[in-house]
Design a protein around this ligand. Structure first.
Ligand code: SAH
Length: 265
């Protein structure tokens, strides 16, 4: 995905059709199909062959713009049954944990696969994502979401409780997005290589405190706790100011490194 696109829209491409106020539909172009929106019907055939950035008009005369989907829109448009991670948190997780081409990372739980999509994108062709989930319906939904964006081959989906540990050893990074990460820190330590990066997101300070206690007990080091606040502005040149509302809280991010244990006594 993203790299295989030609200059004009092709059958089989994943496209984003954006209306006003950033509302958009993301779908695969199939000859003969139609897209029904509350602003009218669009025929897939009318999109094939158009340059990216073109304007297309629905049968009700309403305009849409044709884009290659951004990772941001893909994540926000993920079909979901769980709360997914927000792009603002995902971006910082990726840079802090060094998730780039060739990295092997374990993630739990998979949930709807919001984070999985971004991780699979970041690790490239030579990296891999191992994702664990206990609920069969989430396991399936995430698999479907990843194959939709053609990144499923970079991900191994496991229907397993991480309480019993991870199958992989020596991975570069482990990220936990589940309610009780503090119960699995010994398992994380077993799977991470020395110097490897641990990360987690938690909605309440109470949970963060429990996690800090366990990270210290398991000799994790370089521990950081933060939160990311993202404030949008109304992009009007004559009265530039923040929007009235913002997403004020998603979760606290906790990062740590697994290091060699030296007995100093
Ligand atoms: N980060 C995901 C959302 C994760 S929601 C996203 O962006 O889409 C948390 C998930 O963790 C839930 O689906 C839940 O079923 C799963 N989970 C909870 N405890 C677990 C465990 N012990 N092992 C594996 N998965 C678990």
């Amino acid at each position: 995905m993203f790299t295989h696109y030609k200059n004009t829209v092709q059958e089989g491409d994943l496209v984003e059709l954006a209306g006003p106020r950033h509302k958009s539909d993301i779908f695969i172009l199939i000859r003969g199909e139609t897209l029904q929106t509350h602003r009218g019907i669009i025929k897939h055939d009318d999109l094939i062959g158009k340059p990216w950035g073109s304007q297309v008009i629905s049968h009700l005369g309403k305009p849409f713009i044709l884009f290659r989907p951004s990772l941001n829109s893909l994540i926000l448009n993920t079909k979901r049954n769980t709360q997914i991670l927000y792009p603002k948190d995902i971006g910082f997780i990726q840079v802090t944990m060094g998730i780039g081409p060739g990295i092997n990372i374990i993630e739990a739980g998979t949930g709807s696969g919001g984070l999985t999509q971004a991780l699979a994108f970041a690790v490239g062709k030579n990296g891999h994502v191992y994702t664990y989930e206990i609920r069969p319906e989430m396991h399936k939904l995430a698999k479907d979401n990843l194959s939709l964006i053609k990144l499923g081959d970079r991900v191994t989906f496991k229907l397993k409780d991480i309480r019993n540990g991870f199958d992989e050893k020596n991975v570069d990074a482990v990220f936990l997005d589940l309610p009780n990460p503090y119960d699995y820190i010994a398992q994380v330590r077993e799977a991470l290589k020395l110097g490897g990066a641990f990360g987690a997101i938690l909605p309440t300070v109470n949970q963060v405190i429990k996690l800090l206690i366990e990270l210290n007990r398991n000799s994790f080091s370089f521990i950081e706790v933060c939160e990311i606040l993202l404030r949008y502005f109304k992009p009007e040149a004559t009265r530039l100011r923040p929007t009235d509302r913002m997403v004020a809280h998603t979760g606290y991010l906790i990062f740590a490194k697994s290091i060699e244990l030296i007995d100093n006594k």
